[in-house]
Design a protein around this ligand. Structure first.
Ligand code: CAA
Length: 461
């Protein structure tokens, strides 16, 4: 049975920080932010917003747009790593908000959970729900998977420049208009790691930034290796001796903690895929630098981390590779459009990969390319750490969905924060009644009870 994404909707908060202001305030070179990391603006939440109301806004948008009633939705899953409750699942909060619109008890049948595995948990939620549909359990109903996060790092930390906030809602069914997932090829890699984690009671994570970058690359590559084995053994893709798996993936979407990470990851995967091809020797010769390869166990984290000089040389090689015409070609054709939205919104943790997918669809469509039949690959990474690689094919009816995508108008009403306002919001000491935009459209918090932590939400039409 086919299963996939019928529609996808984003919710972006109405406040942002401009990296020009941020760079001045933190005395960071603006080129590091814009050219090095690919960040121009970071979306911020107001005093009266939390990840649950971002998620409810995205869910309501997709339901209204498709004229769906609660009875049509069989499951509602939420994935987040900015959860505010250790027990009550965030999907219950979302249902509470949606029932303010659709009526008390209208979602009573709609099961689901909140999933957690840093930024990769949305991909696990998607996979489980796709399999629920494939198993015939959905009985014609939709699964609604929402990924929502507030990426918040400590003031003054190196992660502070990679913040952002927002939610993506995805409607899944057995007759999707947008994308059908390839069956039996989803691949995962997992290992107990401490690259990025948030112990109980902390509202910002503990981060080993460079280590997390390297782990991301290695875990995604390992998952890609397994994906490759699966697509070959299932016969989904057949490879000639001068081809790699990347030749059969038309578009690649990567987890984007910052937009430049997508390009860096593509370069890393390209190296590992192209190394065995006849074309590689010529590319390396033209680059004028031999590829640094650790003697033992190439590509393992142990081999890389034991030698800081190796990491430096490896980075220099990657930078040269990114300038070759061969890399520029694959980057422009397969990845560049997925990075557009991330530059203006920043990190959305669980939602970053899917914001990238949404961005790729809109900006590739604008080029006038016929997207029907194109294979889309997804490289998902979550710290702690796990990666998931999977793929799908864009369907003939995709234009019916794409006509609703207008990223520029989604973000043009936003208001720029001053650095003082941003820091005040970041410290989170203001009551929800003192929002910067109290009348902002959609669900917002109206109260957080000081004694028992209960949250109340209202809907601003
Ligand atoms: N002009 C142009 N480029 C410049 C520059 C300048 N003046 N100065 C620096 N750069 C470049 C650097 O060369 C570097 O690019 P490469 O990686 O391609 O070499 C880039 O800008 C960043 O510079 P640094 O590596 O020196 O930056 P940093 O160490 O201060 O911080 C960071 C970068 C580690 C990503 C940090 O922001 C951080 O800790 N972020 C949070 C963790 C994170 O995002 N990890 C990503 C992987 S884990 C994950 O993906 C899960 C998740 O969502 C968190």
């Amino acid at each position: 049975m086919a299963a996939g994404i019928d529609d996808i909707a984003i919710y972006v908060p109405e406040l942002y920080v401009d990296t020009n202001d941020f760079a001045k305030a933190r005395d960071v070179d603006i080129d590091k932010l814009q050219k090095g990391l690919g960040i121009y603006q970071m979306a911020m939440v107001d005093n009266n917003q939390d990840p649950a109301c971002l998620a409810a806004n995205a869910a309501l948008k997709i339901m209204k747009r498709n004229d769906i009633s609660p009875g049509d939705v069989g499951r509602l899953y939420i994935s987040t790593e900015s959860s505010f409750d250790e027990s009550k699942a965030m999907n219950a909060y979302i249902i509470g908000m949606l029932e303010q619109i659709y009526g008390d008890g209208t979602f009573a049948h709609c099961g689901g959970v909140e999933t957690k595995f840093a930024c990769v948990s949305g991909s696990y939620a998607l996979y489980d729900n796709v399999n629920w549909i494939r198993a015939g359990e959905a009985d014609g109903s939709y699964a609604l998977v929402v990924v929502s996060d507030i990426a918040k790092y400590e003031l003054g930390s190196s992660g502070e420049m990679t913040q952002g906030a927002g939610a993506v809602a995805m409607l899944l069914n057995d007759t999707p208009r947008l994308l059908s997932f390839d069956p039996r090829v989803t691949a995962t890699s997992i290992r107990d790691e401490y690259d990025f984690y948030r112990p109980f009671g902390k509202d910002t994570p503990i981060v080993h930034g460079q280590y997390s970058n390297i782990l991301y690359l290695i875990q995604v590559r390992k998952a890609l290796e397994l994906y490759k084995e699966k697509v070959l053994s299932t016969g989904l893709i057949k490879l000639r001796s001068d081809e790699t798996i990347l030749d059969h993936i038309d578009y690649l979407n990567m987890h984007l903690p910052y937009s430049a990470m997508g390009r860096k990851a593509l370069a890393y995967l390209v190296r590992h895929e192209w190394r065995q091809l006849p074309r590689w020797r010529g590319i390396v010769e033209r680059m004028g630098m031999e590829e640094p390869l650790p003697d033992d166990a190439p590509g393992t984290i142990e081999a890389m981390l034991k030698d800081p000089d190796f990491i430096k040389k490896d980075g220099a090689f990657n930078h040269r590779l990114m300038e070759t015409p061969e890399f520029v070609d694959i980057y422009e054709k397969k990845l560049a459009s997925s990075l557009v939205a991330s530059r203006m919104i920043g990190n959305l943790y669980t939602a970053s990969l899917y914001l990238g997918f949404r961005s790729s669809l809109e900006y590739e469509h604008r080029k006038g390319i016929d997207l029907a039949g194109k294979r889309v690959g997804f490289g998902s990474y979550g710290s702690g750490s796990s990666a998931m690689v999977f793929s799908g094919v864009i369907l003939d009816r995709y234009k019916e969905v794409l006509k609703n995508m207008h990223f520029q108008s989604d973000i043009e009403k936003r208001r720029k924060l001053t650095l003082e306002e941003y820091e005040m919001l970041h410290r989170g000491q203001m009551p929800v009644s003192e929002a910067i935009l109290p009348g902002a459209e959609g669900f917002v918090l109206s109260d957080v009870d000081k004694t028992n932590g209960e949250r109340s939400y209202v809907y601003n039409p």
